[in-house]
Design a protein around this ligand. Structure first.
Ligand code: TYC
Length: 291
């Protein structure tokens, strides 16, 4: 059945607006603390590349934030870096290789790109001399966090993932292909990406990402990291926005079923970028879970 053109267009616009990284910071209470709230930015050499990260806070509980596809610490985590409790947490947000300010190298998508990111993330934390830490992963960053936690259970304290999926289905493939052409993205979603990357790098990398994620369709059950889930040992919170048009509900339900002892929390009004749109509520829920 073909949809009427107007409805299809509206649906596409709705999808693209989900990739918007703009946060509504006014809704988040400001900290009145007297300790340092500075956010520092640095690069460190890990596995032959110079990985960029931002860091803030003086707390004993170290948290690593993983951005989504084409994402970075700057585009994806402003309200977390600004407003998570800096006395309790030390927050590190990293740019995976080829994303954000971790360029060069140019981003590529070999079949093991999630594993490569997971190894880079763990090795970055070792380079920064953090012994044990928690993970917060959004979307593709959630997949990377799941893999890192499964492969290094001894290093990970707790984990929160949202907008993540452990496999790729036909339904997902349709959604991926719909976002390939960045000229069709909404202005709001496209702007921070074009500012970060310039039009050409952004459009090429988005198309390369769609090819990269499509590789999993050739694997049995579209597997990305399904067999690894039982190896996750840390307390895990899975958050799902009930209005997320990019991630069908069966994905968080699958994660919940296969990660032992995990908790699944639904945000009724949440869409894909729920940590930006509802930053205050998100930060509080995550902090309560991590404590
Ligand atoms: N995984 C993507 C991210 O990291 C988001 C996304 C999900 C894009 C599903 C398209 O069909 C899609 N932000």
């Amino acid at each position: 059945m073909t949809r009427p053109a107007g409805a299809a267009l509206r649906r596409l616009r709705h999808l693209f607006s989900q990739l918007s990284r703009s946060a509504q910071l006014a809704a988040v209470p400001r900290s009145t603390a007297s300790y340092s709230t500075a956010i520092t930015s640095a690069k460190v050499e890990v596995n032959g590349v110079h990985l960029h990260y931002q860091q803030t806070g003086n707390g004993n509980h170290v948290v690593l934030l993983f951005p989504g596809m084409l994402g970075s610490s700057q585009t994806d985590f402003e309200p977390q870096l600004k407003y998570m409790n800096k006395q309790i947490f030390t927050v590190v947000a990293w740019d995976p290789r080829g994303y954000g300010k971790s360029i060069p190298p140019v981003r590529d998508f070999p079949p093991d790109f999630f594993e490569r990111d997971a190894k880079d993330a763990i090795d970055l934390m070792q380079a920064l001399k953090f012994q044990k830490f928690s993970l917060l992963g959004w979307s593709d960053g959630g997949i990377t966090a799941l893999i890192a936690a499964a492969k290094h259970p001894d290093l990970i304290h707790k984990m929160v993932v949202w907008g993540a999926n452990a496999n790729v289905t036909e339904e997902d493939m349709k959604l991926y292909n719909a976002i390939r052409d960045v000229s069709k993205w909404s202005e709001k979603a496209r702007k921070p990406m074009e500012e970060m990357y310039g039009h050409e790098y952004f459009s090429k990398t988005c198309s390369a990402w769609v090819d990269g994620i499509s590789q999993f369709m050739h694997k049995s059950d579209g597997d990305i990291c399904q067999p690894l889930l039982p190896h996750i040992k840390c307390p895990t919170l899975i958050i799902h926005g009930e209005k997320d048009p990019l991630i069908p509900r069966f994905h968080p339900e699958y994660l919940h079923k296969h990660i032992k002892g995990s908790r699944l929390h639904f945000m009724p009004e949440g869409k894909h970028n729920l940590h930006l749109r509802f930053a205050g509520e998100f930060n509080k829920m995550v902090e309560d879970f991590l404590l």
